[in-house]
Design a protein around this ligand. Structure first.
Ligand SMILES: Cc1ncc(COP(=O)(O)O)c(C=O)c1O
Length: 432
């Protein structure tokens, strides 16, 4: 198969029409005028295209894409992916609630996460989820007890830490290395599996890994898959007769600088080589790959200033709206919606009272002036979901563009939302 070399311009989503940056033909200027800024804007066509691309390269392998809800948990996006045929991967009771609200059934849901509470395990069992990816022996023991109380058998995959080094852009996006909090250490998994096989209310039906995020070289998948298949056979030889799900997590990269897309044909070739045909049902948990490039954060320039010999562009979006630059030192391409051709070098910063509040440092950038719009590209994954009310800034709106129309899918918070759960006077309770 040929290499997938895709540039942002050839894809659905964000491109220039008559000089203006638009989203699938819809004017970003119009959206900003209507719903205000900052605002996240998503392209439904881009999400669909990513979903179809990944599904088609894996067509020969029995599989299901379980979208990783944490990447972008907006109900409209969940609903769209459900209609495309996706299942979901959730990591909390809250995400499970969202998935149900978007129409997913228990059998569509894989429940991952290193610290599931008893309440969450009960909720997952009551809902009849497809798989609970168990990350420790303690969790397995609790799950066995909870399932016993409910009179059900818990469908379990063991999340293995395959102990592979992953070269991701930031250490915080590596999860499959030795000594990390995630998964059961590789050399202990067989013993835990044998214990699981002896538990009355556990049905061991899969194994799982997630090696990291923003991965563009596939060696970690290859090594991880080899380890998982080794365990698969060892666990089978220990008496597991019901193993069927091989969950290889998420992690596929997107391009943050409009460069080459990840080579998903190469990824699929690794999967085909490593996964024996017929024996297993493959589960993938892509998040970023499906939605990362499908969204931008649209922001308006408030002020320009010079300080210490540097230019600053102060915009109305801050680190509370998009924390990736500050938290992961992540690069996001920044562009004027209506560039004039003039360029400058500047730090693009937000209004939050933190020196770490920036969207880009020392950027060669369009010489945007106060009042003009800028796009922060590739903000569809781990953008809005990681936003907060820090500095008592209301969370921003989200807009979906589909088939030449746009619609608000999250309303902008109001000041009153900031204090909705608070009390000016505590409801005092006696400590006796
Ligand atoms: C268990 C698990 N699955 C899937 C994902 C999704 O990763 P990505 O968005 O890189 O595809 C994550 C992200 O951290 C994860 O922890």
């Amino acid at each position: 198969m040929g290499e997938s070399v895709l540039t942002a311009g050839a894809e659905p989503g964000f491109r220039r029409e008559n000089g203006e940056l638009v989203c699938d033909g819809v004017s970003l200027g119009l959206i900003a005028a209507d719903v205000g800024t900052p605002v996240y804007v998503y392209s439904a066509a881009s999400i669909k295209s990513q979903f179809e691309k990944l599904s088609s390269v894996l067509a020969e392998v029995p599989h299901r894409l379980h979208y990783s809800v944490k990447a972008n948990s907006n109900l409209a996006i969940l609903g769209q992916l459900r209609r495309h045929g996706a299942g979901v991967d959730v990591v909390s009771g809250g995400e499970m609630y969202r998935a149900q609200s978007a129409g997913f059934k228990g059998s569509d849901i894989v429940f991952s996460g290193v610290g599931k509470t008893e309440r969450e395990l009960i909720e997952a069992l009551a809902l009849g989820v497809l798989l609970i990816n168990v990350e420790s022996e303690d969790e397995l023991t609790l799950l066995d007890q909870v399932a016993g109380r409910l009179g059900v058998a818990a469908p379990v995959a063991l999340r293995v830490n395959p102990e592979v080094m992953v070269d991701t852009p930031h250490p915080y996006t590596r999860t499959g290395g030795k000594g990390m909090k995630f998964g059961i250490p590789f050399d202990e998994t067989l013993i835990v599996a044998q214990r699981a096989l002896g538990m009355k209310h556990i049905r061991l039906i899969g194994i799982d890994m997630h090696v990291g995020s923003q991965i563009s070289q596939f060696e970690p998948y290859e090594i991880g898959l080899a380890r998982l298949m080794q365990l698969w056979h060892e666990i089978g030889a220990s008496g597991a007769s019901d193993l069927r799900y091989l969950d290889i997590g998420g992690g596929l990269a997107v391009s943050y600088d409009a460069g080459h897309a990840v080579d998903i044909d190469g990824f699929a070739a690794v999967v085909r080589r490593m996964v024996p045909p017929g024996e297993v049902k493959l589960i993938l948990e892509p998040g970023r790959f499906l939605v990362g490039n499908a969204g931008i954060l649209l922001t308006r320039v408030l002020y320009r200033k010079r300080s210490g010999g540097k230019n600053f562009i102060i915009v109305d979006a801050g680190m509370n709206d998009l924390i990736r630059p500050s938290h992961y030192n992540a690069y996001h391409r920044l562009e004027a919606v209506n560039p004039t051709g003039a360029r400058t070098t500047a730090d693009v910063v937000g209004p939050v009272c933190e020196s770490g509040d920036f969207l880009g440092l020392h950027r060669d950038i369009d010489d945007v002036q106060p009042g003009e719009l800028m796009a922060v590209h590739s903000a569809g994954a781990y953008g809005f979901v990681m936003s907060s009310n820090y500095n008592s800034r209301p969370r921003v709106a989200e807009v979906l563009v589909d088939k030449g129309r746009y619609g608000m899918v999250t309303e902008r918070e109001q000041y009153s939302d900031l204090v909705r759960k608070e009390r000016l006077e505590p409801e005092w309770r006696s400590a006796e």
